[in-house]
Design a protein around this ligand. Structure first.
Ligand SMILES: C[S@@+](CC[C@H](N)C(=O)[O-])C[C@H]1O[C@@H](n2cnc3c(N)ncnc32)[C@H](O)[C@@H]1O
Length: 204
């Protein structure tokens, strides 16, 4: 989907996604000292806003102007400050020094754009900083609940670990993870990938 298609998807007044932050982000960020974070492909901003509420200085980046406008309204409602930036992840340029946390959640992109976006994300991690990528696993198509039906935009763990290692990050967690989704028919299991990688302090 291009930015125009995402704009259409975000067109209504209702949130397309939930207002609550992603459970893997919450678990991985717990206990980290706050610092500078960038939320790439931030959509309607649920994760950016949660990070800002925790005290992070957050930039949210997405190529959908309509998604970002909703994120901005949502942040104003919650009275938190986030810097919103309209850009594709592939074309976004990190400020010098990078970020203490680079979060990339559920960016649905086919190759080769996905590899380009992952390279940008990994290289934006500053010294001592962390990369967190969460995405729909390819296996979700056949064994999991929800998620995009197009296999081209589904991930394998190795997509992310390859980009992390190429950017000199140390991979600390790289696995499939089950996310329980509440539905009208009861709980269902979605299969995600979760990858956490770090840049050793002083290595950039
Ligand atoms: C499934 S939503 C996830 C939103 C958010 N990360 C979350 O977890 O709630 C995917 C988002 O990626 C954005 N997106 C897709 N391709 C993009 C690209 N190449 N550059 C920037 N944003 C992109 C879409 O506009 C959309 O907001």
């Amino acid at each position: 989907m291009d930015s125009r298609q995402w704009d259409e998807r975000y067109g209504g007044d209702e949130l397309v996604w939930t207002s609550t932050p992603n459970q893997f982000l919450v678990a991985e960020v717990a206990g980290l000292p706050v610092g500078r974070a960038v939320d790439l492909a931030c959509g309607e901003g649920r994760n950016s806003i949660w990070l800002a509420e925790q005290g992070w200085q957050v930039a949210g980046v997405d190529f959908s102007a309509v998604g970002l406008a909703k994120a901005k309204r949502f942040a104003e409602l919650w009275d938190v400050k986030v810097t919103w930036l309209e850009s594709s992840v592939e074309d976004w340029v990190s400020p010098p020094g990078g970020f203490d946390l680079v979060a990339l959640l559920y960016l649905q992109l086919p190759q080769p754009a996905r590899a380009a976006a992952l390279a940008v994300a990994a290289s934006a991690v500053g010294p001592g900083g962390m990369l967190l990528v969460v995405a729909h696993d390819l296996d979700n198509l056949t064994h999991g609940y929800g998620g995009p039906p197009n296999p081209d935009v589904l991930y394998e763990v190795s997509d992310v670990t390859g980009a992390a290692v190429a950017a000199d990050l140390t991979v600390e967690r790289a696995e499939q993870a089950v996310r329980v989704v509440g539905t009208d028919d009861g709980p269902r299991e979605a299969i995600d990938i979760v990858v956490r990688a770090r840049r050793v302090a002083g290595s950039l």
